[in-house]
Design a protein around this ligand. Structure first.
Ligand code: IPE
Ligand code: IPE
Ligand code: MG
Length: 247
């Protein structure tokens, strides 16, 4: 899909990492780190609006995260339910639309209920969108899209000979969301961990050593400022991108 025209990101994705290490450093159970992480989520949703970011995607739970210890998984699901219950009012007040990407149908019923409420209550907002990646994985997303695309071909809705990224990407969870311009990962890890792989084909990456519970609005603003200094070439040469007068 489209990319930001200027050097300000339209869509920022964040891999919120480091809750466990934050807790470990303090001799606390991992769930305490997640609890503090939720506070950061609140701050960052607010900050995104102030920074003029139209789309914010937060990677909250991956398809691989189910393999963590059972008490951590159920703790995370409980926090998610509690967060949605409490946060819906704030989203409405701030006019932020909530969307999700991922196999949300596999989440616990109580979480699905809260998600439906929050989505319904915010569906009419257009200026700011919060996308929660829940039970999300890029490879799963591609498989789901391929399945839906194959069904559309079989029913005659799509023609195999017309296949292109433009037609196929309509079947991704992100069909109506522009590609991310900037992806931030906290905690010092420098990997993508199955997050928005095809959508991030031309995204800029910023890796920050700060653990997610310690991530601040100022850190977020600094990452956006770093993005502004990058030259995105999309396969062209630097000279091609500059207006003739500037050469
Ligand atoms: C990120 O923090 C939150 C989730 C993956 C749910 P982690 O729990 O991965 O924290 P670390 O990487 O173990 O420190
Ligand atoms: C990525 O973090 C998933 C989320 C932030 C939800 P992980 O902590 O699960 O990633 P790995 O296992 O270190 O790659
Ligand atoms: Mg981690």
């Amino acid at each position: 899909m489209t990319h930001a025209p200027a050097n300000h990101p339209v869509h920022v994705g964040i891999i919120m990492d480091g809750n466990g290490r934050w807790a470990k450093q303090r001799g606390l159970p991992r769930i305490e780190g997640h609890r503090r992480g939720v506070e950061t989520v609140r701050t960052i949703i607010d900050a995104a609006k102030d920074l003029g970011i139209k789309y914010l995607t937060l990677y909250a739970f991956s398809v691989e995260n189910w393999k963590r210890p059972g008490d951590e998984v159920s703790g995370l699901m409980g926090l998610l339910e509690f967060f949605l219950k409490k946060e819906t009012k704030t989203l409405v007040k701030n006019q932020v639309r909530l969307l999700t990407i991922g196999r949300t149908q596999e989440l616990p019923e109580a979480v699905r209920g809260q998600l439906e409420n929050a989505k319904k209550a915010t569906a009419h907002f257009t200026d700011h969108t919060l996308i929660l990646a829940l039970n999300y994985g890029s490879r799963t997303e591609i498989v789901d899209a391929a399945r839906a695309y194959a069904a559309a071909v079989a029913s005659g809705k799509e023609k195999l000979n017309d296949s292109s990224w433009a037609t196929f990407s309509r079947y991704l969870y992100t069909a109506d969301i522009p590609d991310p311009d900037l992806i931030i990962r906290t905690s010092g890890e420098t990997r993508v961990s199955n997050f928005l792989l095809p959508q991030a084909a031309y995204a800029e990456f910023v890796f920050i050593p700060t653990l997610w519970p310690d991530f601040t609005k100022a850190d977020f603003a600094a990452a956006v400022a770093t993005f502004a200094k990058r030259e995105r070439r999309f396969g062209l040469t630097s000279e091609q991108l500059k207006p003739a007068v500037a050469r």
